[in-house]
Design a protein around this ligand. Structure first.
Ligand code: NDP
Length: 264
């Protein structure tokens, strides 16, 4: 019987995950399909998952923390962050994983040795990345619009600030993990702060993919080397697919056909 996988999010229409995973399943003759589910109420994740008869799913903005709560068991790095982006149906139990952080580490490899990072945003993606960076002894600062979510980062050992208290420093890399620019044309912070940040960094990355966000547009204008979220998406997708197929396909084959879907 064909297995069904899905991506849950709000918004979700922009997601390339269905194309990526279906490209792998189709080309490697794996009996499965991958659909898109627009979920507004995150508390309905579990019941929706089972009512659709899913074998596994990815979770995107803004439900990753809710997904962590919905799991019967959480494995690996997701336990360090309380954020889940991949769930697997294991004999009727929901098992949660996080593949975002390692996907991002894969994406920034080409920037070389990164020692100091500024993260814009303090949501689920920021948590996963900050926790992973700290594991690698990287100096991390988090800048967010509001104060409430910063306590996690303080406890983790990051420096943190809201827009009001932000003081300039030099960074190797600045990464936008806010959803500013995803479905609007906003910058992740007021323009004078962003200008200041961009004038003091070597590299820039955005978790958003498939469009040049206003943040990346500004980085481009300033001739700063940047990348959007496509490689991060590929990295997390390959790791999620390995879990979906229970490691029955070769990683190199998954990567090859998933990367091919970016050309479609
Ligand atoms: P969350 O909803 O958990 O967090 C969103 C964060 O963005 C919060 O810190 C919030 O601030 C901030 N924010 C939202 N709107 C604005 C705004 N207009 N201006 C400034 N800050 C804002 O989201 P996620 O962490 O799950 O996802 C964030 C982004 O990363 C999304 O765009 C998602 O698509 C992308 N992503 C891409 C991946 C990839 O593979 N390329 C993987 C994972 C995520 P506040 O606390 O003040 O509300």
């Amino acid at each position: 019987m064909n297995k069904i996988f899905a991506i849950f999010g709000d918004p979700v229409s922009h997601s390339r995950s269905p194309l990526m995973h279906n490209c792998v399943f189709k080309n490697l003759n794996y009996p499965a399909s991958y659909i898109r589910v627009h979920l507004q109420d995150g508390s309905k994740l579990k019941e929706t998952f089972f009512s659709l008869g899913l074998s596994g799913a990815n979770i995107t903005v803004p439900h990753k923390e809710e997904a962590f709560k919905a799991c019967d068991e959480v494995r690996g790095f997701a336990n360090n962050v309380g954020v889940v982006n991949t769930i697997i149906n294991e004999d009727g139990k929901l098992i949660g994983y996080n593949t975002d952080a390692d996907g991002f580490m894969y994406a920034i490899k080409e920037f070389g040795d990164i020692k100091k990072i500024l993260i814009l945003g303090a949501g689920g993606t920021a948590k996963a990345l900050a926790t992973r960076f700290i594991q690698d002894n990287i100096d991390v600062t988090v800048l967010n619009r509001s104060e409430a979510r910063l306590s996690y980062f303080k406890e983790l050992g990051c420096k943190s600030s809201t827009w009001d208290g932000y003081k300039t420093s030099k960074y190797d890399l600045v990464v936008n993990t806010t959803s500013a620019g995803l479905k609007d044309e906003e910058l992740p912070a007021p323009k004078e702060i962003i200008e200041n940040i961009l004038n003091n960094t070597s590299f820039v990355a955005d978790a958003i993919y498939g469009k040049l966000t206003p943040f990346l547009e500004l980085a481009k204008e300033k001739n700063i080397t940047y990348k959007d979220g496509a490689d991060m998406l590929l990295g997390q997708g390959v790791l999620a697919n390995e879990l979906f197929v229970n490691h029955k396909l070769k990683t190199d084959d998954i990567k090859k056909f998933m990367a091919k879907s970016f050309e479609l």
